[in-house]
Design a protein around this ligand. Sequence first.
Ligand SMILES: [Zn+2]
Ligand SMILES: [Zn+2]
Length: 511
Amino acid sequence: MTTLSQAISWTAHGFASFFYVTSPADAVEDVHKVPKYLVHALPFFAIAIVIEFLVSLGHDRKKRYFRLNDSFSSITAGILQQLSTFFLRGIEIASYIWVYDNFNLIKLDWSAPSTYWLCFLGVDLGYYLFHRYAHEINLFWAAHVVHHSSENYNLTTALRQSVFQTYTSWFFYLPLALAIPPSIFAIHRQFDTLYQFWIHTELVGSLGPLEWILNTPSHHRVHHGRNRYCIDKNYAGTLIIWDRLFGTFASEDEPVVYGLTHPIGTWDPLWTQVHHIVHIAQKVYAVPGIGNKLSALFKGPGWVPGSERLGDPNGIPDVRAPWPQYDTTLPSFLSLYVCAHFVLVMIGFTLLASVRSHLPVLFVNGLALYLLYSLTSFGAMFDRKKYAFAMEISRIILFLVLELGFWYGYGDEFVFLWYRDPSVPGYVHRPLKAVRAFYIFSGLWLVGRFFFFSFYGQPEVEEKLQQQQQQLEKPQSAEASSTTAATTDSSVSNDASEKAPTRPHKSVKAE
Ligand SMILES: [Zn+2]
Ligand SMILES: [Zn+2]
């Protein structure tokens, strides 16, 4: 019974953390004793995604709330963001503590409810400001663009995060360090992030009077929209009041088309992370004069020489739902193959994240690189790249070779042909043996498919898909051609007439 009540309490706390359920009673003095609310919530992210997926099945049969390739791409971005924290971490809290220790004006009482609620407002305002500038300054947009690159809108979208974003956001919170203790800041930063998970859904409609005060699924849908009325709106974290106060609020009107005004058109996890950085480098190189080069970095993503700071709003493609999405299809068994290996990668990542402090650095780095290579290979398959087969087979061979040698026992011992060592415990040996067998079996199947069948399916299936795609684009292309594209930066070789949203091309304007 005790175990049952503990489990119920654990579950209740997990889900409650999505809704900012906290009080001054949770305050602690020592920043190192602040609970890891985000880590505790991880299993509930997974449970909530499964629940949303199941509910969406019975919601609107014609609508595809989830797409395998899109969800893969979102979860992958979340994994990469977490992997990056293995190597560079803590800039936000470290800088906060440093400012608090050296420059604080007043030390507010950590246990006072007023400090707690002041911090709640301060963190949320800090988030609003960071988020607004993440959209209005091209260099910051280069990081935040990752979060907006999904053309779907579901709970997996919330996990789609940038590796670089923390380096463009930490300084927005530093003014709070002049008065508010780091422990209280660390609590609210986590809840402010957690709150923004559940609002990434299309399954929740209007929430009545709550829409006045809180950031809601409806408000955040607008933020993720690329319809003209959605552009640069609703930057809120938890409270929508900041948008209402500062004139950036828009309520949900016509159905939202999600994603970037110029979709990236790929499932490649690395390109998703860096594409806008590359684009900015090209833009800075292309525009003449130091003033223009600085503007290309620090003005809006839609800025071009001669335009206003944030570019011309009339140049944003005038899209209306339903709008074609970048999509690719894999044969069922190949999809199943990628899913199974993706699950293994997620398990590998979770294990690595939980025990890495006990493992040698070389092993952690090596495995992190292997996970990155794996995710890139899956992305190449979803993109139906020709080189994906070679990449995937090399990934499988690499696994089998590396698995012959293994660090185990939380030690620094590297053992070649480790599984012959009788001291290796069964709980390590047995699962790895099963994984090894699965890699061999699925690898052979992949080779067989490549040499005896068409890897991505029969050519006629391919042609049929292309025809469907063209039909889908037809009605919109006539409409799209009636709009202008002044946000398009001709100096960076984007064709002003280029509107077909399913084609991969450079992202120019923030949505
Ligand atoms: Zn945003
Ligand atoms: Zn979002």
